[in-house]
Ligand binder design. Structure first.
Ligand SMILES: *Cc1c(COP(=O)(O)O)cnc(C)c1O
Length: 364
């Protein structure tokens, strides 16, 4: 594997850690970052960890024009004993490779991805907050760096990883989010890029989110682009329904992002003894079963929030409360199970977590 050269920020020059109660998601970054470059001659090379700082790029950098750029979102967790854990990072590394393949970006070896994350998190381990629900958010990115704006697949690339300490998504206690079904805009189409994490997927979702927020809702629920009938995702989360005692989530049909949290929720639901179904579910079925009271719970799942219960759903001007509007018991149970697993506070029968250790003790 590529050697990683490390240039540390001197102890005395390390920045003070932010007040954990005042963290805004994605605003503060740790002391170091990881970088590597790709050229056709050398492949991936110059892997290094450096002090966090600015990138210098000419305005002609091709990713800035056509968004040939992919990313990941994962977290490191720290428990009261001071142990730091990564959660299912190989899933993120594998998805990063699938995203790269879809956008004609040269993929990064799993081993380099893993070592970059481990070394960086170990170096910045004091930046991992301890409070329940807080974590160090890790953002790997690959961007195309040819200095030429003709539309083409770039020859040169930059891979970087930055880390941001984050508080719980629910700092004032767990509450339910309100969601509005997008009627005009869609997120993804069959054959498009909805099932990979590429930069270009997200700015197209801003208008629907702005409309939802203007009407007082927290998030957008996306329907399929073809029939505008089947439920796909909510914001940047996969969606789950508890209907008649069964956990239901839409299948990975090519337009839905295959979330690591989604996969974990399916396994943990089965562990709780709940039947799980991956099947198409129409917005009409959702609204009807909400009306009749058969729909017990709705929640979103993703790395950023873990599990977010949905308290109300609005479709074509018709707003219905889910249950009594407060977080449901299944969402709460799944959240608790997930957080304790991630934080290393319970045994890990699935082999999902890896403790971040000093490089000489780390696994390969
Ligand atoms: C990242 C993301 C998710 C959640 O995936 P996780 O791996 O669970 O974090 C869901 N939907 C979209 C659109 C996403 O970008």
């Amino acid at each position: 594997m590529l050697p990683i050269r490390v240039t540390q920020v001197p102890e005395a020059a390390r920045r003070p850690k932010p007040d954990p109660d005042k963290l805004l998601f994605g605003h503060t970054f740790s002391d170091h970052m990881f970088l590597a470059e790709f050229t056709p001659e050398q492949g991936w090379h110059s892997a290094r960890i450096e002090p966090y700082g600015e990138l210098s790029l000419p305005p002609s950098t091709i990713a800035l024009h056509y968004a040939q750029m992919i990313f990941e979102g994962m977290k490191a967790y720290r428990n009261e004993a001071g142990e730091v854990y990564l959660f299912r990072w190989r899933e993120n590394a594998a998805r990063f490779r699938r995203s790269a393949e879809r956008l004609r970006i040269p993929p990064v070896e799993m081993s380099l991805f893993g070592e970059a994350i481990r070394r960086l998190v170990w170096l910045d381990r004091d930046w991992v907050p301890t409070a329940l629900g807080s974590s160090l958010y890790i953002r790997p990115v690959i961007m195309a760096t040819d200095k030429a704006i003709g539309m083409h697949a770039s020859n040169n690339y930059l891979f970087f990883v930055i880390c941001s300490p984050t508080a719980s998504y629910f700092p004032k206690g767990f509450y339910s989010v309100s969601i509005r079904v997008s009627e005009e805009d869609v997120r993804a189409v069959q054959g498009g890029t909805g099932d990979v994490k590429c930069a270009g997927n997200y700015s197209g979702s801003l208008r629907a989110l702005a409309e939802a927020k203007a009407k007082g809702f927290d998030q957008v629920l996306w329907l399929d682009a073809q029939e505008r009938k089947y439920v796909e995702e909510v914001g940047s989360m996969n969606i789950f329904f508890k209907l008649d005692g069964t956990i239901i989530t839409p299948p990975l049909s090519g337009t839905i992002l295959p979330g690591v949290t989604r996969a974990s929720v399916l396994e943990l639901s089965a562990e709780l003894g709940l039947p799980v179904e991956e099947r198409l579910i129409s917005i009409d079925e959702v609204m009807e079963t909400l009306e009749s009271g058969k729909m017990e719970e709705i929640f979103g799942a993703g790395t950023a929030v873990a599990i977010a219960p949905v308290g109300s759903l609005s479709h074509k001007g018709h707003c219905i409360t889910v249950g009594n509007g407060s977080p449901g018991p299944t969402a709460m149970k799944l959240r608790e199970r997930l957080l304790t697993l991630q934080r290393g506070e319970t045994s890990d029968p699935y082999g999902w977590r890896e403790q971040v250790l000093a490089p000489e003790f780390a696994p390969n």
